[in-house]
Design a protein around this ligand. Structure first.
Ligand SMILES: [Zn+2]
Length: 286
């Protein structure tokens, strides 16, 4: 037991030699996507099946931040991001309030939530999961632009307009415009900081979103992996115009993300965009 015969040793050496050139290729510095088989096929799948007029997407390597696929006109141009800003406003709140998040009861339409039916009593994790506007309106009223500043700087985001209100800080309107590329990188940074105060409960909300919140369409599609998801619905910036654009950011797999997928679908809500993101991820998984 344990000793390797000459035949076996030769075949191991052969396998090793086969593996070496592939590794060398991977190590080459270049602006093109790294030569991992998974990422190449993923980019190919997206191009083949999802390059439709109403769909924009960015696919990033979650570890290196390398762009693996990009179908987004001018991804550096800042656009409104709807509820995708909520985790960053939440973190600013936490930093200004001793890392204690509020508990708040959503009464649905009565206090201006997007969902007419009340979400009920929520903590930060549940509020991220269902993207409750009543909760985040309450939270954002406790955050000044000055308190937001360090978070914006840390995560490389654009600043909201000077005349922004608390509604801006939880994603209403178009006064907080962020470049899609910067926002994708900010979510990667959020995940890297998962052990820092205030962050874990936000990421738990993204996990719950994929399980049973506004991002549930993503986990429903995935066969093996689970995701971290945040959805958003933002004012449309396209021509021709639609009432809204649906946004979703998904990191997969949830415990050690390998990829980040950012999808925008013209003319739908965020939960609907999550369905397309889920289909994309399922095809990449196969
Ligand atoms: Zn609500």
């Amino acid at each position: 037991m344990g000793s390797i015969g000459p035949q076996r040793a030769r075949s191991l050496l052969f396998l090793f030699l086969l593996a070496v050139p592939a590794r060398c290729q991977q190590a080459q510095p270049s602006n093109s996507p790294p030569a991992s088989l998974f990422s190449q096929s993923a980019a190919e799948i997206l191009r083949r099946d999802f390059a439709k007029g109403e769909t924009s997407y960015l696919l990033l390597d979650a570890k290196t931040g390398a762009v693996l696929a990009n179908r987004w006109d001018n991804p550096e141009k800042a656009v409104p991001m709807g509820s995708l800003v909520k985790p960053f406003t939440a973190l600013a709140y936490a930093q200004a309030h001793d890392f204690r998040y509020p508990i708040y009861e959503c009464r649905g339409k009565l206090n201006g939530c997007w969902q007419p039916r009340p979400h009920g009593k929520l903590d930060i994790t549940a509020a991220v999961s269902v993207s409750c506007n009543a909760y985040f309106r309450h939270l954002a009223e406790g955050v000044t632009l000055e308190q937001l500043r360090p978070v914006v700087l840390t995560f490389g985001l654009e600043f909201p307009d000077g005349e922004s209100t608390s509604a801006t800080l939880f994603g209403l309107g178009d006064q907080w415009r962020i470049s899609p590329m910067h926002l994708a990188e900010a979510y990667l940074e959020l995940n890297r900081r998962k052990n820092q105060p205030g962050v874990a409960r936000i990421l738990a909300g993204m996990r719950q979103s994929a399980q049973r919140g506004t991002g549930a369409a993503v986990d429903r599609q995935l066969k093996r992996a689970k995701a971290l998801v945040k959805t958003g619905t933002a004012p449309c910036t396209h021509s021709p115009w639609a009432p809204a654009d649906g946004l979703v950011i998904a990191l997969v797999p949830e415990d050690q993300p390998e990829i980040l997928l950012f999808v925008r679908i013209h003319g739908v809500a965020g939960a609907k965009a999550a369905e397309t993101a889920g289909q994309m991820l399922r095809e990449m998984e196969e």
